[in-house]
Design a protein around this ligand. Structure first.
Ligand SMILES: NC(=O)c1ccc[n+]([C@@H]2O[C@H](COP(=O)([O-])OP(=O)(O)OC[C@H]3O[C@@H](n4cnc5c(N)ncnc54)[C@H](O)[C@@H]3O)[C@@H](O)[C@H]2O)c1
Ligand SMILES: CC(C)(O)[C@@H](O)C(=O)O
Ligand SMILES: [Mg+2]
Ligand SMILES: [Mg+2]
Length: 348
């Protein structure tokens, strides 16, 4: 583990140089990694691990869309693809990648298949941290570890195929075998992480729930809608409002931020834009800070977990979700987006 300086603060991190892939493969050469769940993270992690030379099997409910997806991705029923219980039985490392609500529903089944010395792996601190709500309390004789890729499983796979990688956090909740560190780091490198930063289960879930409800998804969608609405009600066309709100951000300015930071993006805009953005930045910060404080509190008290579990465990969850996504998809803002995407030169 290396200590690296992040803006003046030292952190424990693991890089691919320090823990190369061949070391990771060697570390887990006698293990069978059972990836349970083939939704979004499951395919990304299972395929990256397989392509990196690890022994991987997949566990998934039969007669489901995601079972068919696993077959289409090359997993073979009875050889590398099994029902959840059978895969958990065969695995020495159980990667528990059902949806967080699915993990609660399947816990008794999976728990029965954990043998002393196995490792139980999560990509979220949810089940363990909110154990009073989830009932997920692992036996004392298994390792309990976490690798949480900081991004969608779709990006994890896409970036891997392009020879790039997402960063992940890692954590150890329980080290029953004395091998938990080597196992978690080997898995983190194996799923295709860029570098791994240290966390614990509670910090992972608090930051992750804040991030996705905040700037990564919730706040992003909300501020897009607010600015678009102001431009539209002041007589701007959908094209003008969308380009000035979303398209320019994703196509021009965010790639510059990703490449060289916020100041560099500012430096590559006009002095007019710089002056205004530098002034208005403070106002937006002050306006949103109380909302972020509320959000963090709601995560910390377990309220966000309660709402999530309650809605996700309903039978018609997927249908209700589709209704809400449809409302977004069919709004003028995102219909304009669909049209604008078609007009990008590379899509012509
Ligand atoms: N989606 C992401 O990109 C992402 C990113 C980082 C971490 N995570 C974490 O990874 C884990 C998996 O998330 P996901 O988004 O891939 O999950 P998902 O919602 O895509 O579901 C994964 C699988 O769970 C199965 N499932 C759901 N309920 C079930 C039940 N009751 N019984 C049996 N199977 C059931 C589904 O068939 C599906 O194959 C979660 O802990 C999540 O927080 C996800
Ligand atoms: C991809 C995200 C938002 O980072 C993840 O946390 C999730 O829950 O899907
Ligand atoms: Mg999340
Ligand atoms: Mg996340």
């Amino acid at each position: 583990m290396a200590k690296l300086n992040f803006g003046g603060v030292e952190e424990n991190v693991v890089t691919r140089d320090e823990f190369p892939l061949d070391k990771a493969v060697k570390t887990l050469k006698d293990e069978t990694i059972a990836v349970i769940g083939y939704g979004v993270q499951g395919p990304g992690q299972a395929l990256n691990l397989k392509d990196n030379g690890f022994n991987v099997i997949v566990g998934q409910r039969k007669n489901s869309k995601t079972w068919d997806k696993a077959v289409a991705d090359g997993w073979v029923s009875g050889e590398t693809l099994f029902e959840v219980e059978e895969a958990a039985k065969r695995g020495t490392i159980i990667q528990y990648l059902l949806s967080d609500a699915g993990q609660i529903a399947q816990w008794e089944t999976v728990k029965k298949q954990l043998n002393p010395g196995d490792a139980l792996y999560f990509s979220h601190g949810f089940g363990i941290t909110y154990k009073d709500q989830t009932g997920i309390v692992p036996p004392k004789d298994v390792d309990v570890i976490l690798v949480a890729p900081k991004g969608s499983g779709t990006s994890l796979r896409r970036l891997f195929v392009e020879g790039k990688g997402l960063n992940s956090s890692y954590a150890i909740f329980q080290d029953a075998t004395g091998k938990a560190y080597d196992r978690v780091v080997a898995l983190g490198i194996g799923v295709g992480s860029g570098y791994l930063f240290e966390t614990d289960f509670q910090k992972e879930v608090y930051s992750d729930l804040t991030g996705e409800r905040g700037i990564l998804m919730g706040a992003l969608a909300g501020v897009f809608e607010a600015q678009y609405e102001v431009l539209r009600k002041n007589g701007h066309s959908p094209s003008e409002a969308f380009n000035e709100t979303v398209e320019e951000l994703t196509q021009s300015l965010m790639p510059l931020v990703a490449e060289n930071g916020m100041d560099w993006m500012y430096a590559n805009c006009s002095t007019t834009a710089q002056r205004g953005a530098l002034d208005w930045r403070h106002k937006f910060r002050e306006a949103t800070l109380p909302v972020f404080d509320d959000l963090y509190e709601s995560v910390k008290t377990g309220e966000e977990a309660r709402v999530t579990i309650k809605t996700n465990e309903k039978e018609d969850y997927r249908e209700k979700l589709e209704e809400e996504l449809k409302e977004i998809r069919e709004s003028e803002l995102w219909q304009t987006g669909a049209q604008v995407r078609k007009l990008r030169p590379e899509n012509n």
